[in-house]
Design a protein around this ligand. Structure first.
Ligand code: HEC
Ligand code: HEC
Length: 216
């Protein structure tokens, strides 16, 4: 499940980083980086373009923390905890998604599409199962319509998750919030995830593949 919070060294600004930088992705995205100040500055600007909101004071405190404790040459992150080898837990892995798709899976209309009431439609489409795996491995970018609402955003890719983790995550979102597998379909297996790796798709190609599914 990526690196835990423990991988972030103690220091002023750490709490703010934990609070602001893991609403959209695992804190491991941050803790494994070692960058000079100007790169961190550019990364924060990029995150702001994705929707991160910061006051000037918060931005300065976060930049100071990152440029000090996650500078090139700073100590390597603590090794992943033994829990990392425990069976993948889909509910816990959903913490990667909750900042955008929300705890109740309803998303944010016009910004982040719903997963509740929608994953079964994808699963039922011909090729939909394989396509869901591709969204997780390669992301999705461009204009889509879900239940009459339009979205034109970017879904990040999660190639760093293991096959078992992606299978657990998909099994979670396929069975939460009233979602269920269409009759005749069984839970995802790690082998199904592996079969979609090494296709090296772009998020735009995943968008093109979506158009073949005939989703409404
Ligand atoms: C509003 C959502 C959001 C927030 C909040 C957010 N990020 Fe990100 N971050 C993203 C997305 C989306 C990506 C994936 C970009 C990609 O796949 O290329 C990402 C990727 C990254 C990466 C990987 C390298 C890169 O440039 O793509 C780093 C490092 C990172 N974020 C740091 C941070 C830090 C530090 C914070 C807090 C100050 C933060 N993020 C908060 C959305 C966010
Ligand atoms: C930074 C925000 C963000 C995060 C984090 C995120 N998503 Fe998404 N997701 C999106 C956006 C935006 C779209 C629509 C992309 C578009 O408009 O092309 C999307 C699309 C999707 C879709 C396809 C829906 C469709 O009908 O095409 C699925 C499935 C999905 N996300 C699942 C997940 C899962 C599971 C996670 C966690 C591992 C996750 N997302 C994390 C923003 C996010």
């Amino acid at each position: 499940m990526g690196l835990g919070q423990n991988a972030l060294p103690e220091g002023p600004g750490r709490e703010l980083v934990l609070q602001k930088c893991q609403t959209c992705h695992d804190i491991g995205f941050v803790s494994r980086e070692r960058q000079p100040r100007d790169r961190w500055d550019a990364i924060i600007t990029e995150m702001q373009s994705y929707g991160l909101r910061l006051t000037n004071e918060e931005r300065a405190a976060i930049l100071n923390y990152l440029a000090t404790y996650l500078a090139p040459g700073a100590a390597a992150p603590a090794p992943a905890s033994p829990a990392a080898s425990a069976p993948a837990n889909g509910a816990a892995l959903y913490s990667n998604c909750v900042g955008c798709h929300q705890a109740n899976g309803a998303g944010v209309p016009g910004v982040f599409p719903p997963l509740a009431g929608h994953i079964p439609d994808i699963l039922a489409a011909k090729g939909g199962r394989e396509w869901l795996v591709q969204v997780l491995l390669y992301g999705l970018q461009g204009s889509i319509s879900v239940k009459g609402a339009n979205y034109n955003g970017m879904m990040p890719a999660y190639p760093q998750l293991s096959n078992a983790e992606i299978a657990a995550l998909l099994n979670h979102i396929a069975t939460q919030w009233g979602n269920a597998f269409p009759s005749g379909q069984s839970p995802f297996t790690p082998e199904e995830i592996q079969a979609q790796r090494n296709k090296n798709l772009t998020a735009q190609q995943v968008l093109a593949a979506r158009q073949q599914l005939g989703l409404r």
